[in-house]
Design a protein around this ligand. Structure first.
Ligand SMILES: Nc1nc2c(ncn2[C@@H]2O[C@H](COP(=O)(O)OP(=O)(O)O)[C@@H](O)[C@H]2O)c(=O)[nH]1
Ligand SMILES: [Mg+2]
Length: 186
């Protein structure tokens, strides 16, 4: 039986080059970790149906992935267009990728507005044994009221949770928006 999703949401995954964006999507959408390094060229997207919300609605997440390198603004505009949420990723072994997050948020909000839902993900936790403060990322995310997830595309730790989380907050934001619009019609 094919499942028909009740909603389809476009999600953009952003962050510096080589933080593990493409590896994470491959792990999630195909269940394997790709070892060899291959920089993403242009834009690619992957989708999967997940359950979101309290009523376990089937929603389809279309995850859009862009190369980390600077590309034409025109491409970035179509990359972001229509996105309902963001996964913003850094590499827990490279502080500069964490420092870039504010830049990524600023860019995405420039295209999508300040209310765009997002989560912050620290990837490659398999390389850092034990608990560390990860540059204060948890506190940073808390101040922004954004969910924070530590993950590893290599081991698969928290990869599903990351997509569940973004699915849930995007779906909740959409239902809230829809109920406001209904109110207007009345
Ligand atoms: N150890 C480890 N390596 C990772 C992880 N995620 C990605 N990598 C490696 O980091 C490099 C960059 O990954 P990639 O997915 O291409 O990053 P992107 O540029 O953000 O899409 C590749 O060599 C991956 O194999 C992870 O969770 N743990
Ligand atoms: Mg990539």
């Amino acid at each position: 039986m094919t499942i028909r999703p009740a909603y389809v949401y476009k999600i953009c995954i952003i962050g510096d080059s080589a933080v593990g964006k493409t590896s994470t999507i491959l792990r999630w959408s195909e269940g394997y970790f790709r070892k060899e390094y291959q920089s993403t060229v242009g834009v690619q997207h992957y989708s999967r149906i997940v359950n979101a919300g309290n009523d376990n609605t089937h929603v389809k997440l279309m995850i859009w992935d862009l190369a980390g390198q600077d590309v034409f603004r025109q491409l970035r505009a179509s990359f972001y267009e229509g996105a309902k949420g963001l996964i913003i990723m850094f590499d827990v072994t490279r502080q500069e990728t964490f420092a870039s997050i504010s830049k990524w948020i600023k860019e995405a909000m420039g295209f999508l507005g300040e209310n765009i839902p997002y989560i912050i993900v620290g990837n490659k936790t398999d390389l850092v044994p034990g608990e560390t403060h990860f540059f204060g990322a948890k506190e940073y995310a808390k101040a922004l009221k954004a969910p924070f997830i530590l993950a590893s595309a290599k081991t698969g730790t928290n990869v599903n949770d990351m997509f569940m989380e973004i699915g849930n907050i995007v779906h909740a934001a959409n239902l809230e928006q829809l109920s406001k619009e209904k109110h207007w019609v009345k």
